[in-house]
Design a protein around this ligand. Sequence first.
Ligand code: ATP
Ligand code: MG
Length: 575
Amino acid sequence: MKMSRLFAPTLREAPAEAEIASHKLLLRAGFIRKSTAGIYTYLPLGWRVIRKIEQIVREEMNAAGGQEIMLPVVQPAELWQATGRWELYGPEMFRLRDRHSREFCLGPTHEEIITELVKSDVHSYKQLPLLLYQIQNKYRDERRPRFGLMRGREFIMMDLYSFDRSPEGARESYARMQTAYEAIFRRCGLSCRAVEADAGAIGGSGGTHEFMALAEAGEAEVVFCPDCAYAANTEKAECVPPPAAAPSPSPIAAPPRAEVATPGARTIEEVSALLGLPPERFLKTLVYKGDGQYLAVVVRGDRTANEVKINNCLGPFRDLRLADEDDLAALVACGSGFVGPVDLPAAARLAVDSEAAVSAAFVCGANRPDVHWRDVVPGRDFPLSLTADLRLARAGEPCPRCGAALSGARGIEVGQVFNLGQKYSDALSARFLNEAGKSQSFYMGCYGIGVSRAMAAAVEQRGDESGIIWPLAIAPYHCVVVPVNEKDPAVMAAAMALYDELRAAGVETVLDDRPERLGVKFKDADLIGFPLRLVVSAANLAQGQAELKRRQTGDLEFIPLTEAVARVRLILEEN
Ligand code: ATP
Ligand code: MG
């Protein structure tokens, strides 16, 4: 490809809304363009990267026994109603009606439709296991589409579904997929880690792992144990209750609760500073609205409530969100900073995190403006009818398996594997005849990889201030040939010859034949992230040489022109 013809409009500045490196760089380097919130066009360079990731995914899925198919994007509501997910999926689902007013959705995932397919065409254990996958656009009307390809509303996913005749078979498929995922991410040049996860709207009974590309820009937080194999998303990570966590009420020597004036002090930091007490001596009460119902969740002042655990323990809800100030005004006569669990109106269900349900004296809001209670004892001053693990785990806390202090990191979820059990096959009566001639439901698994998100994750993990550093395996092109002066016929002829030879040798090459200054060409080469750059200049030619630069390391070397192609091929093979 000649750079003068390549549709890769680079930008000097990234649009202000681009917050993270991958979003900025993919826009600036001309890989993607935004159509509307969370919806993007892939330009030629971007599409080449996507196609390469897809190909790696395809090869590994085929090697693991998967067969590629293509399911419909547009799916009838009835199937989703049968599993209860038409309701449960809530506002994240894009819904539409046809001319006869029948309801449909744009597939956010495909468990229902594939189960229906297998139900109608697979009848015997002899046809199992069956692993079917597709690579397709998915549609999710995310509450906060952001970070470019990271959280889109239309995005590319590989989804594989496994059908087995027994729980052991399903576990085998699951293990096989985990191994395949590891190979895929390794080949894509991503450094990933599998962590225990929450099953979310997919559900299922058999456990689930997320594959996290570790990166500061990741939206997920993970904890992992330096001593044992435990690793989990903080949403999922079990919090070990403190040793003293005796179920209250238990008599403690705390004076009766008393009011303290806390004018204008709304946040834990403000009240903590005002009263001279550390945040762990406070109780934070968060009021949520789950499908219109109020929930008050109490966690210690230094902790963060965990919406996933709240949803699993108190829900599930189609729509769980923090109550706004209007909601609060309807429930209690104060703003959010002064809500507390003592004498909370019955309209709110009260749930207390196990760590906050200990027998100790706390400070909390008094449900009146500018007033807090002190010496509030859980169980004595408010009921502990519902206590559970409702908070986010944090680095430094004890590992729930071995007790060692957990380490923490941020990650980008690039894939997830689910052992679903019989959730979907039961709901849709998808059954087969087993060895004994009895009818039974399939054991299923589902496995997703965010193809477009993986592309962004690769940029997050390896980019630098000059631009993208593509791993060779997914780079849009391997090599760029830069003639130093395209008006010099000898230089141009040598560059052209090199370009032709490289292409003939199977090296994906771009020739930067634009009448641009050298600095501009070099900047663009670094920005786009060609793994290899070959410079042809009059001075180099006089020595019969070309200059080779590796984007990853910045290393420069001079190689004889006659050996350039062999050298480049060797580098590609080594990688
Ligand atoms: P998240 O928690 O990030 O919203 P999810 O757990 O809902 O993701 P899955 O249902 O597990 O997503 O989908 C499989 C994969 O698809 C994810 O691991 C992720 O890589 C990708 N993915 C999910 N949602 C998006 C999105 N909005 N934009 C881009 N990729 C996504
Ligand atoms: Mg997931």
